[in-house]
Design a protein around this ligand. Sequence first.
Ligand code: SAM
Length: 286
Amino acid sequence: MKDNERQAIEALLARHGFRFSKSKGQNFLIDRAVPRAIAEASGADGRCGVLEIGPGIGALSHELCRRAAKVVAVELDTALPPILAETMSGFDNFEVVSADVLKLDLSALVREKLGGLTPVVCANLPYNITTPVLTKLVEAKRFERLTVLIQREVAQRLCAKPGTAAYGAFSVFMQYYTAPELCFEVGPESFIPQPKVTSAVLRAELRKTPPVKVADETFFFRVVYAAFALRRKTLVNSLMTAFGALGKDRLTDIVVSCGLDASVRGERLGLEEFARLAAALREAEG
Ligand code: SAM
C-alpha cells in the first residue's frame, strides 16, 4: 500500500519538476493512515477553521478538509501551490496563502479567513522552525488547540516533568500556556524523503486560565530562562546571569525564602515554584 502511494507521489512530483528542499524542512507524508490519525487527533469538525502550516502536496490538508468547515494553509514554497491546485481540486473549503508563517500576522489571518469559526492549528511542521512556530502560535492567543507532528525528542521535552533531563525553559513555557500531551509516534518510513529522526504528534490545548498566579508574565519567563541558563550549576548560580545585581547572598536568601534548598538546580522547579520565585525576585528588585 505504502509503495503504491510513494510511487504515485513521486510521479506527481516528477511531472511538476518538484525538488525537495532540506532548508524548508520538506518531508511529505506518504502513508495515508498517518494524516488521517493526525486529523482525528486534532478534533477538527464542522465548527472549526483550521490553520495548517506547510501543506506540502496536501496529504494532511485532505483529511482536514473532510472534517473542518475551512482549512487555510500557509506555504512558503511557491513551487507547491500549482501542485496543490491539482491535488486539492475536489475541495472548495481549502485556501492556500503563499507566505512565511513566521512573518505573518496570525490574528489578522484568523480574523480575515476563519472568522466565526473555532480556530485550531493542525500541521506536519517543518522541524527546523518548530520552536519559533510553536512560540508564535501560543503567543497569538487565538487558537483553541494545536496538533502538530514534530520531532519526538521535542515533543517529549515539551511534555517533560520537573527533574527530568528533558525538562527545560520551553517545557515551562508550553506547560504554562497549554496542556501538552504526546498522542502517538510516527516512524521515518511514513515520509519521503525519510527524516533521520522519529516523529510524534503533540496535542496542546490552550489554557483559558493560567495554571498558576503570575503578576507579570514577562518577568516570570525572565526568571524561568535565567534558571535554565546554566543547566549544570545551582539555581542561585544560574540566576546570577540575569539577577546578578542582587548579589549571590541575597539570591540565596530569596531561593530559601521560597521553601527551596539553597543548592537546588533550576530543573527541579515546577510551575508553582517558579511562580513563587518570580514573585519574590520581583519584590526584591522593587
Ligand atoms: N503537510 C505536508 C505533509 O505532511 O506531507 C508537508 C509537511 S513538510 C514537513 C513541511 C512543509 O512546510 C513544507 O511544505 C515546506 O515547504 C513548508 N514550510 C517550510 N517552512 C515554512 C514557513 N516558514 N512557512 C510556511 N511553510 C513552510
